[in-house]
Ligand binder design. Structure first.
Ligand code: CMC
Length: 391
């Protein structure tokens, strides 16, 4: 087969062609299906953006209503799924539970495994959008020991997220519209990001013709790691640790620059953005607005500000083009909205779901070959077998 080109981490290899997301890391540009992320965050809703990402065009009013109705049809999750949830300890991390529950959905929805035509593809999309939101919030209910909630057909998708998470049998619950708006924006900003680690995982698992739920379950696992989606939780834990340690941001800057110390400044740097992450810019502004509207005065924000200001003028960070990324600010908003830290990466997963679905669909529609990277072998040449007694 000739020489293999080695590219660890696929820093310079394209794995597919894609019509979904355009990203220019040097210029800090992000577009879904040709539409600027800034416009979508300002003018569109999350389901509208999901429709665009998955089907390629902005929906008409009728198409969007139909999409929402069709998703709603599939929001009931089989009651037997509760047996699976019961088996987890309350201390289980929600991302592990979410990945398992997503995989378990295949058992109850075999059609999502063998998508054979456009109609089945559309149903698989709506089922995934409907059921994933519900089970994502169930990971929180489990952690808290609360009874599980059901989707409320009188409310919108993002409002349902708040209801599913926070409504208790003991009293009525009304989500703050400012919070719903902010979440809508956050989900839009996370909706797709071309061939990132979790999306590449979804595509590569799907390339073996594994089903949509199985592929997305693998994507959830990939997202969990602190170098990817898990960074939003890691950022908050880092800020809390700095606060506990006396609030000395400079000390942690020094640790991050020390090559003998494995500590990295969480929420800084990006494989593709070598300029400000455009999502971070929008989220930062949204964070300021939400915190002002909700009257939140969080001391952790001061530490975040100090780190950001110091990094932006520090030689180490400037020369390596390490700017704050989306995860640096998203955790700060989630915290202000009352979302517990362990749920931050689940929030990312809910937002990223349309992207995973769209990329899986594109991979199947384009009839891509099975993903099967090569390697450069660096082990032993042929060796004589050593019998047990001679080892
Ligand atoms: N703190 C300190 N040094 C860093 C950091 C950081 N956060 N990020 C990169 N570096 C250094 C790294 O040590 C290396 O230095 P040198 O050239 O001297 O060896 C240089 O910058 C290049 O880093 P890299 O690890 O080769 O770059 P990468 O493209 O492989 O990694 C990254 C990208 C995002 C994994 C990395 O920047 C990182 O670990 N950041 C912290 C975790 C984080 O915030 N992740 C969220 C990413 S955005 C959303 C998402 O994907 O979910």
């Amino acid at each position: 087969t000739g020489a293999i080109t080695l590219d660890p981490g696929y820093k310079n290899s394209g794995s597919c062609t894609s019509d979904i997301t355009f990203l220019d890391g040097e210029e800090g540009i992000l577009r879904y299906r040709g539409y600027a992320i800034e416009d979508l965050a300002e003018k569109a809703g999350f389901l509208e953006t999901a429709y665009l990402v998955i089907f390629g065009e902005l929906p008409t009013k009728a198409q969007l209503e139909q999409f929402e109705t069709d998703i709603r049809k599939y929001t009931l999750v089989n009651e037997e799924m509760k047996n699976i949830i019961d088996g987890f300890p309350k201390t289980a991390h929600p991302m592990g539970v979410l990945s398992s529950l997503t995989s378990a959905l295949t058992a109850f929805n075999p059609k999502v495994v063998n998508v054979e035509n456009d109609k089945e593809m559309y149903e698989a999309v709506c089922k995934t959008m409907g059921k994933f939101l519900v089970i994502a919030t169930w990971t929180y209910r489990k952690m808290m020991g609360y009874p599980l909630n059901y989707y409320d057909n009188t409310k919108g998708y993002v409002e349902n997220f708040m209801h599913l998470m926070f409504e208790l049998p003991t009293g009525p619950y009304k989500a703050n519209p400012v919070v719903i708006d902010a979440l809508d924006k956050l989900f839009i900003l996370h909706a797709d990001h071309e061939q990132n680690c979790s999306t590449s995982t979804v595509r590569i698992v799907g390339s073996s013709h594994a089903g949509l739920f199985a592929s997305i379950s693998a994507g959830v696992s990939a997202l969990w790691g602190p170098l990817h989606g898990g960074a939003n939780q890691a950022v908050l834990e880092m800020l809390e640790a700095i606060q506990k340690d006396g609030g000395d941001a400079a000390k942690y800057m020094a640790k991050a620059k020390d090559k003998d110390d494995p500590f990295r400044l969480m929420g800084f740097g990006h494989r593709v953005y070598k300029n400000f992450d455009p999502r971070a810019r929008i989220i930062k502004k949204a964070a300021d607005e939400v915190l002002a509207t909700l009257g939140v005065n969080d001391p952790i924000l001061n530490i975040a500000k100090q780190l950001e200001e110091a990094a932006l003028v520090d030689d180490y960070f400037v020369s390596r083009k390490l700017y704050p990324n989306v995860d640096f600010y998203s955790g700060i908003i989630y915290r202000a909205l009352g979302i517990p830290t362990d749920m931050f990466t689940v929030m990312f997963a809910i937002g990223r779901l349309p992207g995973w679905i769209a990329q899986w669909k594109e991979m199947r529609v384009n009839k891509e070959p099975i993903g099967r990277p090569r390697q450069v072998y660096t082990g032993y040449p042929l060796r004589d077998f050593t019998p047990m007694e001679k080892r």
